[in-house]
Design a protein around this ligand. Structure first.
Ligand SMILES: *[C@@H]1O[C@H](CO)[C@@H](O)[C@H](O)[C@H]1NC(C)=O
Ligand SMILES: *[C@@H]1O[C@H](CO)[C@@H](O)[C@H](O)[C@H]1NC(C)=O
Ligand SMILES: *[C@@H]1O[C@H](CO)[C@@H](O)[C@H](O)[C@H]1NC(C)=O
Length: 200
């Protein structure tokens, strides 16, 4: 009897400690879970932003497009989304980028009221494979530099004001599967080099 009582007291103190310990642990666990959730939330948001950054066009390509705009005539302000302040040129009107690399792959400026000269800066769009400029008012001779855009698979400059001969340099565009030069003021013969365009 005399020995039993202290045993209960001992048990009680022994039980109390784990209870406090468990509650304390639960509180800790809750805190940790909250922190973990917050981290996940922050991580998720960051991941979304990172994806945007990955898809964004490079400064070099953005400058190339801005130069194209400066050297074109755009009386209807069709290229109003092409602004230095908007640094993701992949969002500009008529511009398509590779969704993984952010490189500009397509320019679709069909029937946009554009005129003037096509800027040499397009040479800096090293992944551009589709150039659609038909139904505009670009004029003068077809510039030979276009023949250096050897990655082009699609080229349509029909329905413009181009004049003069067809440059032999276009025969270097061996990746072309589509070429339309119609409805311009071109003359002369089709260059022999066009025989190299075996994918047309
Ligand atoms: C990226 O582009 C490819 C080909 O156009 C498409 O199949 C894919 O679904 C796109 N991925 C994303 C995340 O948009
Ligand atoms: C192409 O980009 C380089 C810089 O990356 C620049 O110096 C050059 O002027 C650009 N060329 C054209 C034709 O815009
Ligand atoms: C392209 O065509 C020209 C004229 O037909 C020819 O002399 C030249 O070798 C060709 N180039 C290639 C890379 O096939």
């Amino acid at each position: 009897m005399h020995q039993y009582k202290p045993k209960i007291t001992n048990m009680c103190t022994y039980i109390m400690n784990p209870c406090v310990f468990i509650i304390f642990s639960l509180l800790l666990l809750l805190t940790e879970t909250t922190t973990a959730n917050q981290l996940v939330a922050v991580g998720g948001g960051g991941g979304g932003d990172d994806k945007g950054v990955v898809n964004k066009c490079s400064d070099k390509e953005r400058h190339a497009l801005l130069d194209f705009k400066v050297r074109s005539q755009d009386p209807n302000d069709h290229l109003y989304t092409w602004k230095a302040e908007e640094d993701d040129c992949c969002k500009w009107f008529g511009v398509t980028c590779n969704n993984e690399t952010g490189h500009v792959t397509e320019l679709e400026l069909w029937h946009s009221g554009l005129g003037g000269k096509i800027s040499h800066s397009l040479l800096n769009l090293s992944n551009l494979n589709h150039l659609q400029l038909s139904f505009n008012s670009f004029h003068g001779p077809i510039q030979t530099f276009i023949g250096s855009m050897t990655q082009l698979r699609y080229l349509d400059i029909s329905e413009n004001g181009f004049n003069g001969i067809i440059p032999a340099s276009l025969g270097s565009l061996t990746e072309l599967s589509y070429l339309d030069l119609s409805h311009n003021s071109l003359y002369g013969t089709i260059p022999l080099e066009f025989g190299n365009l075996t994918n047309l």
